[in-house]
Design a binder for this molecule. Sequence first.
Ligand code: PMP
Length: 407
Amino acid sequence: MSVDASLRARAAKVIPGGMYGHLNAVLHGDRYPQFFVRAEGARQWDADGREYVDLMCSWGPMIVGHREPRVEAAAAAQQASGDCLNGPGPVMVELAELLVDLIPSADWAMFSKNGTDATTQALMVARAATGRTKVLVAHGAYHGADPWCTPGLSGVTPNQRADTVEFTYNDLASAEAAAAEADGDVAAILVTPFKHDSFEDQEPADAEFARGVRALADRLGAALVIDDVRAGWRLDLRGSWEPLGVRPDLTAWSKAMANGFPIAALTGADALRGAAQSLYSTGSFWFSATAMAAAKATIEILRESDGPGLMHRAGTRLREGLAAQAAAHGFVVRQTGPVQVPWLSFEGDDTLEKGIHWAGACLEEGVYLHPWHNWFLSAAHTDEEIDRALQGTDAAFAKLRAAYGAD
Ligand code: PMP
């Protein structure tokens, strides 16, 4: 029995279902290992010692390379002098100053742990500011796992879902209709910077849609909230809609902010400072200094080295390589999303059967990517790492062709 199988058998006895949530390998396909023991740079090793080029980056958090020395040193130095104390360390102020300096829409920052903390806190600020209840959200968008937003409805009451009204991403008329349905009671419009729903091709935000939801929020007197938890720090360090010239009132950040250390942030505009201050919003571990020190180092590295530019280069190399391989093996594929947050699907593969087969073959060839969730690149994905990944994907296309034939 493999180490992974034996851990799964033990887990089944002491952990509900053996595992839960987004890292539950059962959801990812037959061949996915559940347990991992080590990571370095752009590589991870599973519990059976198999090595992978990591194209999932722990589902987003890793961004400058697993165990990046400067981030590890900053975290270790803070940890050595104190982490979870009776109050935050000076690093909390330094980190907030860094965010306010870097992000044009940010006049202040609040910190928490997970992306769901930040999106939930954003809605609290918007509601405190407006005295209103409803939030407009895109159908199918993921904003976290609290009752108001979890995609699974088990354990959730209808009341907990009653305050969101859905619209269709990139369809301004549907956002206007959702606002009309909420009948003046709109506290916020919550939107991801591009459409990155699972099981589907990704879609860039239409500039007209982005400007339109900004104008709609202004007309309604509601807050425009960007959920940059997934895309944040990979596309543009100033915020993912900054290139479109659309500035949010509030932005939720997490995932890659500290290269794997647990932290989230909500940043916002001056007009919402008073509302933010009015909340009672806190957590036992929210002010731990180690993750803040790691975040500061991570963001400084990304800023000094043009992290998004490095990831763009790596992502372009990967996308071009995959396109050439797919064509050479006779497959028609679609590659969607920004190159730093890529995904590949096969033409006509509505059930994702081919995608699952190909991703499983990639695993066998030492490349960890995903059949129904977008992937993530990092600044540690050098040309050599991308080329190593492409060796594996090429062999996986050959296996897919042997199983299914060319398109
Ligand atoms: N928003 C988005 C866009 C996300 O991708 C995620 C996490 N996948 C979240 C919110 C929730 O973050 P967390 O899992 O850290 O609570």
